[in-house]
Ligand binder design. Sequence first.
Ligand SMILES: [Zn+2]
Ligand SMILES: [Zn+2]
Length: 287
Amino acid sequence: MLDVKKRIQVISALLEQGTPESTSYAALECRLAIEYLCYERMQMALDLASYADMGGWQPNKVVRAVEELVDEDITSLVTLSIAREPKLLPGQVLSLAEREKLEYHPIGTQAPLDLKKLTKLWNALASSALHVQVPKLRTDHLSIYGDVSRITEKVHQCLTELRKIGDGSLLSNGFGPEVSITCYGCGHPVRRRAERLTDKQTVSCVNPDCPESYTVEKVAVNDFTFDRRLVFFDCVDCGTLNNLPWRKVEKMKVFEVSDVACSGCNVLHKIGAQLGIVKAEVTGTGD
Ligand SMILES: [Zn+2]
Ligand SMILES: [Zn+2]
């Protein structure tokens, strides 16, 4: 876990120096701290969601994706407590009311993240400190550093946010029943939290080197099937029906061509991506 108190010390010491150089560096340290805080929550969820399904690398995007795919409380204040169970008779199960009456001891707290505020600061710190201001007029003054008072204000706001997080002692990616299959392509387990799965959702393998992905079909409550997402083509020589993982095709650039060997006769086929025009679907009747 990020040592938030240490980061606060480093940033405060830089701010105290008060030079344009140290203030700019303090802003960079703030950005790094924000990124680390978001990425450590994402990393914890990476056995239950694939980085390929996060939709981007930006700190706010990956945290929002984890909320959607793994645990809606990933940015919330969570206190984890444990209790000793009484000796149970064979087959005896405690009811919820009985469980609630047990003596619990807190073992740690996950600090909340104000993602909206942190994202705003992450952007403001970059625009005020990490770029030379673009001149709009011929007479504008170019400066290697940004406005120190504005950067200082943003760094102070970031320190306020970091102090709210400083007492967190654990990170949790939640609890709940899971669905798991073995990836067809690499043998890696593909695990997902059942309550976060939806019908027709695309799920990619967690292995970053594996191009396999699956379409989720909801059969019943907490009962799902995973269908491989494939592109099919017939071999022009022997007629064998071949397939390619969809993600391999999705990653291809327009007009890129790659060789794919037929699984029946080994003849090479050139597979390429091309621009196409499709007539747009008309929605609504216009009445
Ligand atoms: Zn895989
Ligand atoms: Zn063939």
